[in-house]
Design a protein around this ligand. Structure first.
Ligand SMILES: Nc1ncnc2c1ncn2[C@@H]1O[C@H](COP(=O)(O)OP(=O)(O)OP(=O)(O)O)[C@@H](O)[C@H]1O
Length: 700
């Protein structure tokens, strides 16, 4: 209680004075720094710094009509203004307009404020109305003389930063608005076709909306002025993606043409496969082969439903790189998945004399050193691993092709890091990204416009679609009997434990308990357990025992979600299926139905089910088509969540909202192509307005 010794007046003046240094005392240089923090450098940036909400200072409310919880402005005569010391030190004032009395409270205040609120003066105060100890009140309201004329527009409230008060921002933005040309970057024909208001009008309305505007359309960003701004932002994003693509095509990559002859790795791999490629695989292999033969970096997204056979396509692409004397790398998000790829590719390519290195974080220091040395001296022709591949100390001798599996699990930075591991001449390796989470066409077109997309839309022949059964958890015992029967018939079974998002420890415990319970119920079966916390060697041993068919039941957490491929597994039980998302359920279910046997996926659920869980389970019951599921997932979740915030470009969206503005984004996509073809000048002007200072985005 040291400060209690200070005289009250000194304290009253001391605290706010220090705070004032952040605002009133701040110099132009301080403000510049704070503007910079908000990304405001050029007048053009200020113009596009748009309000997040508005305060209505055009109208005065009667004190008698005030309601707690509202923001309001009132005018009245100061009845009292005094320092109070109980229950704490504060300045207490009251004003009245004849209809009622309003208490004003200031816990921190300047002596000048006390003077400003002199008894008998007519004041205008604005702030949040509360029901307080002293009746209806405002705490720290802003007060000005009631003689100042009322504004005739709503007062904007801008996103700001510490020490940058709204009036300073408003003034700076007002100045910028008078300096900058707000001429339209869109040709009239385009604007009229899309019913967009002129840019100039949109900006002015948003900064100073006339009093008759319907305020909620502004706040919800549904007003035509917002539509214009959001469209412009999305258009800039589309144009940037197009430019990024053009920029990429100007970079150099090794040319890796498809070699002819029976002795090539590609030809020998094709001949050795126990199956022929499906039509869709063949088409995609050709698309990739054509890209690899070009002297510019490929960036292709390979989408294929679960089990559609992406791995062999990746292997053939790697073979084409190796045929040209280059290395290929394959990076997967989890060790289980990476190892699965390693086993499969080693099975295909090692008999052809290809040397493959295995690189993950869990290798012993010695094994890692050896693998790294083989990557560096080029003796490893193919390198498979996890993120360990992109660590700084890993140098490839001649990386020609980087393949990234389940690309949505990696950040943009990680993908680009692999691309930057080209040879010493700085040629950019080609990049193939694979995903088993189909992206609906409109989304792919709108948000991945810088990539080329290949789709495997056909499953290998002889697959019988998985039958999905929905069963309440009350029928668990029947399911255990089914598991026993399936195992007796020589089939293998996955039992997937519930997802416990809040706690990994709990999830693990549930898996351990489930495994124990199944072992007790089915003592004659060999039941294994795999989860994320298992030491790598143990995980590998369990997976290998299941793959070889020595183990009948594999109890697993979602670590088996992606990529695991055991064709003899034909029954899957997913517990608490209502907790999983659609994409995840589809991925999990994709682990069965990979062989000739009819497969069944049992979704055990617990009631009561939420509406959305019901819709998800119904979708799983009705279809096995990943693209259809993705489409329904999109409409259940909205594109923002569907894509995840990680995807490139999305984080740069300031005004548009992926969930609400997908239609606008499609218009912007079409408009971008039209502008590029017909109005290249407009493209430049538009990008200059919107993308200045974001050039790093163009480089990505
Ligand atoms: N053309 C084909 N004919 C028959 N079997 C095939 C064909 N292509 C791939 N397969 C087999 O189908 C199974 C699934 O292939 P793969 O693991 O490559 O699928 P995927 O697309 O990676 O699926 P996921 O994303 O679910 O892992 C594998 O056992 C693979 O050997």
């Amino acid at each position: 209680m040291k400060s209690a010794a200070k005289p009250a007046v000194q304290r009253a003046a001391g605290r706010p004075a220090a705070r004032a240094a952040g605002s009133k005392g701040a110099s132009a240089a301080d403000h510049a720094k704070r503007f910079e923090r908000l990304g405001l450098r050029r007048p053009e940036d200020f113009v596009l710094h748009l309000p997040m909400r508005y305060e209505d200072e055009t109208q005065v409310t009667q004190i008698g009509n005030l309601l707690p919880g509202q923001w309001a402005m009132v005018e009245g005569e100061v009845l009292r203004c005094e320092l109070a010391f109980r229950p704490r030190r504060q300045l207490l004032a009251a004003i009245s307009d004849g209809s009622g009395e309003l208490a004003l409270r200031y816990l921190n205040f300047y002596p000048s404020q006390q003077k400003q609120l002199a008894v008998g003066k007519r004041m205008r105060v604005r702030g949040d109305v509360r029901g307080g100890f002293f009746g209806i009140e405002m705490v720290h309201p802003r007060a000005t003389s009631a003689d100042v004329p009322l504004p005739n527009a709503l007062t904007p409230v801008y996103p700001t930063t510490d020490g940058l008060p709204q009036p300073v921002l408003r003034r700076a933005i007002g100045e910028a608005l008078s300096q900058v040309s707000l001429s339209d970057t869109l040709p009239d024909a385009l604007r009229e076709r899309l019913h967009l208001m002129p840019f100039d009008a949109a900006v002015r309305i948003l900064h100073a909306p006339p009093p008759d505007v319907v305020v909620h359309t502004l706040v919800e960003r549904a007003h035509p002025a917002w539509m214009r701004i959001k469209f412009d932002e999305l258009l800039a994003q589309q144009l940037s993606l197009a430019l990024a693509r053009a920029g990429r095509l100007e970079k150099q990559s090794p040319r890796l043409p498809r070699k002819a002859g029976k002795q090539t790795v590609s030809a020998r791999l094709l001949a050795a496969l126990p199956f022929g490629l499906t039509g869709a695989q063949g088409r995609v292999v050709d698309e990739i082969a054509t890209d690899l033969a070009r002297p510019h970096p490929m960036q292709r997204l390979l989408q294929g439903d679960v089990g559609s056979g992406k791995t062999v396509v990746a292997a053939l692409a790697a073979a084409q790189a190796i045929d040209n004397g280059y290395q290929a790398a394959l990076m997967a998000p989890t060790e289980i998945l990476a190892e699965q790829h390693f086993r499969k590719l080693a099975g295909w390519l090692e008999p052809l004399g290809i040397s493959i290195a295995w690189l993950t974080g869990s290798l012993s220091a010695k094994a890692k050193r050896e693998a790294t040395a083989r990557v560096e001296d080029g003796s490893a022709q193919l390198v498979i691993g996890t993120q360990a591949l992109i660590q700084q100390n890993i140098q490839f001798a001649r990386l020609g092709l980087a393949i990234v599996d389940e690309q949505h699990r990696f950040g943009v930075g990680q993908r680009l890091a692999l691309r930057s591991k080209g040879d010493k001449d700085q040629a950019v390796p080609h990049q193939l990204m694979m995903t088993a989470t189909p992206i609906p066409r409109t989304l792919a077109m709108t948000f991945f416009a810088d990539l080329d997309v290949s789709v495997i839309d056909e499953l290998p022949p002889g697959r019988t679609p998985v039958v999905t059964k929905l069963l309440s958890d009350a029928r668990r015992d029947e399911v255990i009997v089914r598991v026993h029967e399936a195992a007796r018939a020589g089939r293998q079974i996955y039992w997937v434990c519930p997802l416990v998002e809040e706690s990994e420890a709990l999830e693990l415990q549930t898996a351990v308990d489930t495994c124990e319970a199944l072992r007790v119920a089915l003592p004659d079966l060999n039941i294994g357990l795999v989860h994320g916390r298992l030491p790598t060697a143990e995980k590998a041993a369990v997976m290998s025992s299941f793959t070889k068919g020595e183990m009948e039941v594999l109890v697993a957490t979602t670590v088996i979600e992606v990529g695991v491929d055991v064709p003899n597994a034909s029954l899957m039980v997913i517990e608490h299926a209502e907790r999983f998302g659609l994409a995840q359920l589809h991925q999990l279910r994709g682990r069965v139905g990979r062989g000739a046997n009819e497969s069944v996926c049992v979704l055990l659920y617990q009631t009561p089910l939420s509406m959305i869980a019901k819709q998800r389970l119904r979708t799983m019951h009705e279809t096995t088509d990943g693209f259809e599921i993705a489409q329904r997932d999109l409409s259940l979740r909205g594109p923002g969540e569907f894509l995840g915030a990680r995807q490139s470009g999305l984080a740069l969206m300031r005004f548009a909202d992926l969930d609400a503005d997908i239609e606008l984004a499609e218009h912007a996509h079409e408009a971008a192509a039209w502008l590029q073809a017909h109005h290249p000048d407009a493209v430049d002007a538009h990008l200059a307005r919107w993308m200045h200072g974001r050039e790093d985005f163009l480089k990505a």
